[in-house]
Write a protein that binds this ligand. Sequence first.
Ligand code: GLA
Length: 401
Amino acid sequence: MAGYLPEEARITGSARERALEAFSREYGRAAEVLARAPGRVNLIGEHTDYNDGFVLPVAIDRAVYIAAASRSDEQVELLALDFEERSRFPLSDITHDPEHPWSDYPRGMAWVLREKGLPLVGMRAVISGDVPIGAGLSSSAAIEVATAKALQVLSGFELGDVALALAAQEAENRFVGMQCGIMDQFISVLGRKGQALLVDCRSLEHRLVPIPEGCSVVVANTMKRRGLVDSEYNRRRSECEEGVRLLRRHLPDVQALRDVSLEDLEGFGDELPPGVRKRCRHVVTENARVLAGVEALQSGDAARFGELMLASHASLRDDYQVSCPELDVMVEAALGIEGLYGARMTGAGFGGCTVNLVRAARARAFAESLAAEYRNRLGIEPEIYVCSVEDGAQAERLRPT
Ligand code: GLA
């Protein structure tokens, strides 16, 4: 059988090869399209996106790959290689497959694209990847975005980057049922190599912010699977909404916590239930930290950025209350290690990963020391990823060799 090579050899990595090989094995022919969508880590700006605030994520060198080819009918056939599970559905009637919950992400994506009236063709696809699942690095957003990219190339419809990210968020909100903000899908589409992305989650204006020379992003997986995340996440969202509703009595122009200043909160905070006041204080101070963090990165001041990361962690732990003992230990363990600028939990919380900004020359040694320190303190073997910051999603049409 003829082998196939990508037209542009831009997409590399073994999860990519696995997807291509499995496609040939599974379907007895070569794939036509290869889509890649990265996971993400957020440097600062946590639980701000659904409050119309600011975030500063990066796309990382761990991604979901989808190898696909079109079908002449309207069936979608999926093989999730890493689970060795299959799921199949017709485009005209997309429902849930409770036995294969992973398939909600590609199903939801196809459902939203079809609702938008985009002409979709059926496809055969293999999904594979190296974004750790349930670790807070947005493997689900990556599956959604990779599915959209694969369908886009196979079906030949136009959809801009921001519209694609919004459609992927809609899949998560309306089909999967998780009320996430826009951050994860946005960075998976729009990330750029070596740069963080400042996103104004109200206007969706965005701007690249270079990571200073000599800095590395090190992600530390506590191995605590995120628990409680959906219910607690939705509860935090409603607490923020309650804060807005109560503050509006005095500040009628406030649409979201994004519009509230620290002075406003000091002035009227007494009228909020104590828990709601704490949630609001986190969001208000976190937005300010993102903007200060952007200035720090732009002036190459990694030490200042690191201080802001630590303050962000404390605020998430004490005010927003979405940390957990494992995340706190991982941050504390990093503090004494040479080369660290700053550390904090990243993502929704309740488990998953911390993000560390580290002097690049020390990154490997830092990772080893952090693993040993965490193991000593908790008796749990963590996974530490020294990440490179990569481009957002791509899809390439493959050609026969
Ligand atoms: C999850 C959500 C994001 C964001 C973060 C917290 O990753 O998907 O939209 O709200 O939590 O910052």
